[in-house]
Design a protein around this ligand. Structure first.
Ligand code: CA
Length: 230
C-alpha cells in the first residue's frame, strides 16, 4: 500500500512516515499543497493523509482540487483543533475521515485500515488466505501450513499486494507503484531480489510454488502453474 503524506512540519511528517514504513506502507511526503497535487498526478496512491494546516494552500483546498481531478482513493484529514466546523468543512471538501491532532498512532493505523477496507473493490478482510497461506492484515502475521513465517515489512507489503491481486499478472511497474515509494530506482532489480527472498521463505518447508514468473510481463500469485512458468 502506497501512501501520500501531506504535512509541512518536518518533525511530525518524519515521525508519521517512520511509523507507517515500519507497518509496511510505502510513504511519500509532500510538504505543501502544490507538491501534493503534483505527486498525486504522477503516482498511484492507495490513500492520502492530509494535514489541514498547510502554508499557502490549506488542506481543504488541496482536498477539493484532488477530488475535482477525479482522485478516487481515500483521504484522511488531520485537523489541529477539535472544532466541529473544521471537521465538517474537511468532510465537505471531499475527505473520507478525519483525525484530531495529537492522535494515537494505533488509531491512525486502524482508521487507515478501515478506509482501505471500504475503498477496495473486493472486500479486504482482516485475514487473507490462499490455500495454506494466511495473512493477518492488522498484525502482519503470516503463516504457511500452520508454520509462522518471519517477513520484513517490505516482504510483507509485497506479499500482501500479490495476494490481493491473486490470479492476476502484475507487472514490475505496478508492483513498484504500490509497494515502493518515490525513491524506487526503476533500473534496479530490487523487486526480483525480493521475489526471490519471498519464494525462499514461502517454500522453506517444501511447500509448492505460489509466486510464478511470467516472462516479459511480471509475476502472478496463483495455485495454478501456468504454461510459461519457470
Ligand atoms: Ca501542518
Amino acid at each position: 500500500m502506497r501512501v501520500l503524506l501531506v504535512e509541512d512540519e518536518q518533525r511530525v511528517a518524519g515521525f508519521i512516515a517512520r511509523g507507517l514504513r515500519e507497518q509496511a506502507y510505502a510513504v511519500d511526503i509532500a510538504p505543501d499543497g502544490p507538491h501534493a497535487l503534483y505527486l498525486a498526478s504522477v503516482n498511484q496512491y492507495d490513500l492520502v493523509i492530509l494535514d489541514v494546516m498547510l502554508p499557502g494552500k490549506d488542506g481543504r483546498s488541496v482536498c477539493r482540487e484532488l477530488r475535482a481531478g477525479r482522485f478516487a482513493s481515500p483521504i484522511l484529514m488531520l485537523t489541529a483543533r477539535d472544532a466541529v466546523d473544521d471537521r465538517v468543512s474537511g468532510l465537505d471538501s471531499g475527505a473520507d475521515d478525519y483525525l484530531t491532532k495529537p492522535f494515537d498512532f494505533k488509531e491512525l493505523l486502524a482508521r487507515m485500515r478501515a478506509l482501505l477496507r471500504r475503498a477496495s473493490q473486493a472486500p479486504r478482510p482482516d485475514r487473507l488466505q490462499v490455500d495454506d497461506l494466511a495473512l493477518d492484515t492488522a498484525s502482519h502475521a503470516v503463516s504457511r501450513g500452520g508454520r509462522t513465517l518471519s517477513l520484513t515489512a517490505k516482504e510483507y507489503a509485497l506479499l500482501e499486494f500479490l495476494v490481493c491481486n491473486r490470479d492476476r499478472v502484475v507487472g514490475r511497474e505496478q508492483i513498484a507503484s504500490h509497494v515502493w515509494d518515490e525513491n524506487f530506482d526503476p533500473f534496479s532489480n530490487v523487486i526480483d531480489v525480493y521475489i526471490k527472498r519471498l519464494r525462499a521463505k514461502l517454500e522453506e518447508s517444501g511447500s509448492g510454488r505460489l509466486i510464478h514468473t511470467r516472462r516479459g510481463e511480471g509475476y502472478i500469485l496463483s495455485l495454478q502453474t501456468g504454461p510459461r512458468d519457470d
